[in-house]
Design a protein around this ligand. Structure first.
Ligand code: KIV
Ligand code: ZN
Length: 399
C-alpha cells in the first residue's frame, strides 16, 4: 500500500495542513441542512473529537439563532479555534466578535468581500479601489479585536490575478493572518488552481506573512482535486465540510481531502491532525441530525465505499486486502469495534459504542435510548450501528 509513514518523528518534520471545517456555516447553507443551537453544539463536540484545527461555527449577524449558536460554541469548545463569518463592514465584524470573544485567542474573525469583475459590477457596484479600501478597513477593524483574522476574496477563482494580488497584499499589510482563495462557484479546474496560488506566491511580496487557504465548491465535482492542487502549489489551509455538504453541489469534502493526504503521503507529504477514525462517526452524526443522506457510492463514507461485490474482488480481498483496498475501513472508523451488541450487552458497551458513533448524550438521554435498545435486542440477534442511529434519532433527536 503506497501509504503513510506516520511515525511521530516523520510527522513532526512535515509541513502542516490546517483543516478548517465549515460544516456549521457553509455546510449549513445547504438546502435542508439548517440546524438549531443544540444540534450545532453536538456537531461542534464531534468536530473537536475529529480534531479539526478550526471550526467555522456560523455567521453571527445572519440571525439571532446563529449568533447564539456561535456564542455557545465559543463558550463550550475548549481546544479548537472557532471562526465566525462577517461581511466587510463594521456592524458584521462587531457582531461576530461579540459571539466569538468567549473563545479568547482561539476566536477567529473571517471577513470577506467579492473581488471578481462580475460581483464588483453587478452585486457590489464598487470600483476596484473601493473594494480594496473596504477590505482593508474590515481587516483593520477585525484586527482591533483579535490577531486571528482571516480574509476571503469571494469569487477569487474568477478574479483577475493582478487585482487579486493587490487585494491580498493590502489585507496582509492590514493584519490578515490567513488569506483565503475561494472558488465560490466551483468553476476552476486543478491546473488553473495551481496557477492562481503560484501567481500569488510569486507576485505578492508579503505573502509569507499569512497562511494561504483554499475554499472550493463542487459544482463541477472538482472541489477536492482543486484543493489538493492548491496545497501542492503552496496553500496550507483547506476549508471543507463533513460529507461535502454546502451550497448547491456542496463544498470540498473533509473526509476525501484528509484521506487523500493520509493515503498519498508519497505525493502529499503533509501532516494533518485529524483523527481519521472519527470520520465515519462524524458523517453519521451529521446525517442523523440533518436527514441528508450520503450517496451509496460516496468516497470514504458511502455505504459501498468498502464493500466488495464482484467475486474476483472478494477473492482478492480474502487473499490480501491490499489487492483492492487502498485504505482500511478501520482507519476511517468503520468496523473498528468488533464487539457485538445484543441482548446480553450492558450499559458500558452500549455507551462506548454510542460515543464511537459520535453521540454525546446526557444521563437521561442514555437511559431512554438504553431501554429502547434492550427491547430491540429482544427481537433481533444483533444490533448494528444503523439501529443505534435510528434509536438516537427517535428517542433523543426526534427526527
Ligand atoms: O464560497 C465562498 O466564497 C464563501 C466565502 C464566504 C468564504 O463561502
Ligand atoms: Zn463557500
Amino acid at each position: 500500500m503506497g501509504t503513510t509513514t506516520e511515525g511521530d518523528e516523520t510527522m513532526s518534520q512535515k509541513e502542516e495542513i490546517i483543516i478548517f471545517d465549515t460544516t456549521l456555516r457553509d455546510g449549513e447553507q445547504s438546502p435542508g441542512a439548517s440546524m438549531n443551537i443544540e444540534e450545532k453544539l453536538r456537531i461542534a463536540h464531534q468536530l473537536e473529537r475529529l480534531n479539526v484545527d478550526v471550526m467555522e461555527a456560523g455567521f453571527p449577524i445572519a440571525s439571532e439563532g446563529d449568533f447564539e449558536a456561535v456564542k455557545k460554541i465559543a463558550q463550550t469548545i475548549k481546544r479548537t479555534q472557532i471562526a465566525g463569518l462577517s461581511r466587510a463592514n463594521d456592524k458584521d465584524i462587531d457582531r461576530a466578535w461579540e459571539a466569538l470573544k468567549y473563545a479568547g485567542d482561539r476566536g477567529r474573525i473571517h471577513t470577506f468581500i467579492a473581488t471578481s469583475d462580475i460581483h464588483m459590477e453587478h452585486k457590489l457596484k464598487m470600483s476596484e479601489q473601493q473594494v480594496i479600501d473596504t477590505a482593508v478597513a474590515a481587516v483593520k477593524r477585525a484586527a482591533g479585536y483579535t490577531p486571528n483574522v482571516e480574509f476571503s476574496c469571494e469569487d477569487a477563482a474568477r478574479t483577475r490575478l493582478p487585482f487579486m494580488a493587490q487585494v491580498v497584499k493590502a489585507v496582509i499589510e492590514a493584519g490578515a493572518t490567513t488569506v483565503n482563495i475561494p472558488d465560490t462557484v466551483g468553476y476552476t479546474i486543478p491546473s488553473e488552481f495551481t496557477k492562481i496560488i503560484s501567481y500569488l506566491k510569486e507576485n505578492v511580496s508579503n505573502i509569507d506573512d499569512a497562511i494561504i487557504s483554499v475554499h472550493c465548491h463542487n459544482d463541477l465535482g472538482l472541489a477536492v482535486a482543486n484543493s489538493l492542487a492548491a496545497v501542492q502549489a503552496g496553500a496550507r489551509q483547506v476549508e471543507c465540510t463533513i460529507n461535502g455538504i454546502g451550497e448547491r453541489a456542496g463544498n470540498c469534502s473533509l473526509e476525501e481531502v484528509v484521506m487523500s493526504v493520509r493515503t498519498r503521503q508519497d505525493l502529499l507529504p503533509y501532516s494533518c491532525g485529524v483523527v481519521t477514525e472519527q470520520i465515519v462517526p462524524s458523517s453519521k452524526l451529521l446525517t442523523t441530525i440533518t436527514g441528508i443522506q450520503v450517496q451509496q457510492n460516496k468516497a470514504i463514507v458511502g455505504a459501498n465505499a468498502f464493500a466488495h461485490e464482484a467475486g474476483i474482488h472478494q477473492h482478492g480481498v480474502l487473499m490480501n486486502k491490499e489487492t483492492y483496498e487502498i485504505m482500511t475501513p478501520e482507519s476511517v472508523g468503520l468496523n473498528a469495534n468488533k464487539l457485538v451488541l445484543g441482548k446480553h450487552s450492558g450499559r458500558h458497551a452500549f455507551i462506548d459504542r454510542l460515543k464511537e458513533l459520535g453521540y454525546d448524550l446526557n444521563k437521561e438521554e442514555i437511559e431512554k435510548a438504553f431501554v429502547r435498545f434492550k427491547s430491540l435486542a429482544d427481537m433481533k440477534k444483533e444490533i448494528f450501528d444503523e439501529d443505534l442511529d435510528a434509536i438516537v434519532a427517535d428517542e433523543v433527536l426526534r427526527v
